[in-house]
Ligand binder design. Structure first.
Ligand SMILES: CC(C)(COP(=O)(O)OP(=O)(O)OC[C@H]1O[C@@H](n2cnc3c(N)ncnc32)[C@H](O)[C@@H]1OP(=O)(O)O)[C@@H](O)C(=O)NCCC(=O)NCCS
Length: 128
């Protein structure tokens, strides 16, 4: 592991209600998990955790944030697309991302429903 980071969202009583964990892979921040407790969803917590991760990547001049997710589920691929991520075509996958997808399929996830996505971190002086 090259290093990583995690963020936890808490409610007004300091109880954790969501988290995002990531690791440096291929020199990018790769998100392993983003989850928000079901009774706290649709309040913008997931988006805010994602914004923190993007900001962390930008502060470190990383080129991208990557992840794998389910195609088409509204809170997966379409949500990430709305946040600036693009779905990678097979020819655009790095070997590392191929390996991540392969290990998910080995663990029983349906290959045809999984995809890898990439958010290009804007250059420091680029308009957001
Ligand atoms: C994905 C997840 C983290 C989003 O967290 P959240 O706090 O609900 O996210 P937000 O409130 O910021 O909403 C983000 C957007 O996702 C989409 N979305 C989230 N939940 C949705 C649902 N149940 N149905 C349809 N769209 C949904 C919407 O576009 C939403 O924006 P909107 O509320 O302005 O329409 C949460 O749904 C979750 O934990 N899901 C289970 C685990 C998971 O799928 N993690 C991602 C794996 S890569």
């Amino acid at each position: 592991m090259e290093g990583g980071a995690a963020w936890v969202a808490v409610d007004a009583t300091d109880v954790p209600v969501g988290f995002l964990s990531g690791e440096l892979l291929d020199g990018n921040l790769h998100i392993w998990e983003l989850a928000v407790a079901s009774d706290h969803q649709r309040r913008g917590i997931g988006r805010r955790l994602l914004d923190r991760a993007k900001h962390w990547a930008a502060q470190r001049n990383l080129a991208a944030v990557t992840l794998t997710t389910f195609r088409e589920l509204p809170w997966n691929e379409p949500f990430y697309r709305s946040q600036g991520f693009a779905t990678l075509l097979p020819g655009e996958l790095t070997q590392t991302l191929r390996d991540v997808l392969a290990s998910e399929i080995d663990a029983g996830l349906p290959a045809e429903r999984r995809c890898a996505m990439r958010y290009p971190v804007p250059a420091p002086d680029a308009p957001q």
